[in-house]
Design a protein around this ligand. Structure first.
Ligand SMILES: [Zn+2]
Length: 272
């Protein structure tokens, strides 16, 4: 209470953003992010659907698990059984449609290690329904230890190693779209999820070590998605140490030589 510097920092955070939780940064640990999938829902440019793999000295997690993720993980030499946690931004197939296959492999190969899935509310029911449609009467979740953790807008979910803060974004409302601000060790990885421009991206990306931002289009204005032209117009309001554009469709890929921000590519490795 007598720590004036600490109080000043608290006040700053409250003034800056009354909804952003003051997350304690922990030890400096090596963190490696591998882009598993940087494409849109349609495999534009031959890219896989959204998935990022993050590895620390003691933990591995995925940010989104699009339908091609299990293939992408294997292309990068990453094993399903080594993944501890999966974060999901919203319920579109190119962001969570890989979960049935991931979990099916885990069940078939008798995975005993628990796995945590952090998502908007309702993941268990959706995954049960998907599994029943894709692999009828195949018991999957019953054979695994899955801890479903749900976040709500502006809330945080904590695990032993992660704090995940969820910000609502502007995309198909029924898919419960969120951007995620992930604290791991002393680093912050922010990911927009799928969204058109929203001021919530300012809070989401604030001082992030890595801000992964969807940039579905170059200058096409399509509801629920961001384009490079709009992102550039708002760039001065964002603060981050490094940005990677992702969820790239054919139009932006055709103009990629005119994009002067770093773009994700499948297999790209970023050390944080
Ligand atoms: Zn989406």
């Amino acid at each position: 209470m007598n720590n004036l510097a600490g109080k000043a920092a608290e006040d700053y955070i409250c003034l800056y953003n009354p909804i952003m939780e003051n997350v304690t940064l922990n030890a400096n640990i090596p963190i490696t992010l591998t882009v598993i999938g940087s494409g849109d829902a349609f495999g534009s440019g031959g890219r896989l659907t959204t998935c990022f793999h993050v590895k620390t000295d003691s933990h591995q997690f995925l940010i989104d698990c699009g339908v091609t993720s299990l293939t992408g993980l294997k292309q990068n030499g990453i094993k399903q059984e080594d993944i501890d946690t999966i974060l999901i931004t919203h319920f579109h197939g190119d962001h969570y449609g890989g979960l049935p296959f991931f979990l099916l492999e885990a069940a078939v190969y008798s995975r005993t290690k628990p796995i945590t899935i952090i998502s908007p509310p309702g993941a268990r029911k959706r995954i049960e329904d998907l599994l029943e449609l894709l692999y009828p009467s195949t018991k999957v979740l019953e054979r695994l230890i899955v801890d479903f953790k749900e976040y709500k807008p502006y809330e945080s979910v904590h695990t032993d190693i992660l704090t995940v803060q969820a910000f609502p974004v502007i995309h198909t409302p029924a898919a419960l779209p969120h951007g995620l601000r992930i604290t791991v060790g002393n680093k912050i990885i922010s990911y927009s999820g799928d969204t058109e421009w929203t001021p919530n991206l300012i809070q989401l990306s604030h001082d992030a070590d890595l801000f992964i931002c969807e940039c579905n289009f170059y200058k096409l204005k399509i509801k629920g998605h961001l384009d490079y032209e709009t992102l550039k117009q708002n760039l001065s309001s964002l603060s981050f140490k490094k940005i990677l554009l992702t969820h790239l469709d054919t139009e932006v890929l055709n103009n990629i030589s005119d994009v002067d921000l770093d773009c994700a590519a499948d297999g790209m490795v970023v050390d944080l």
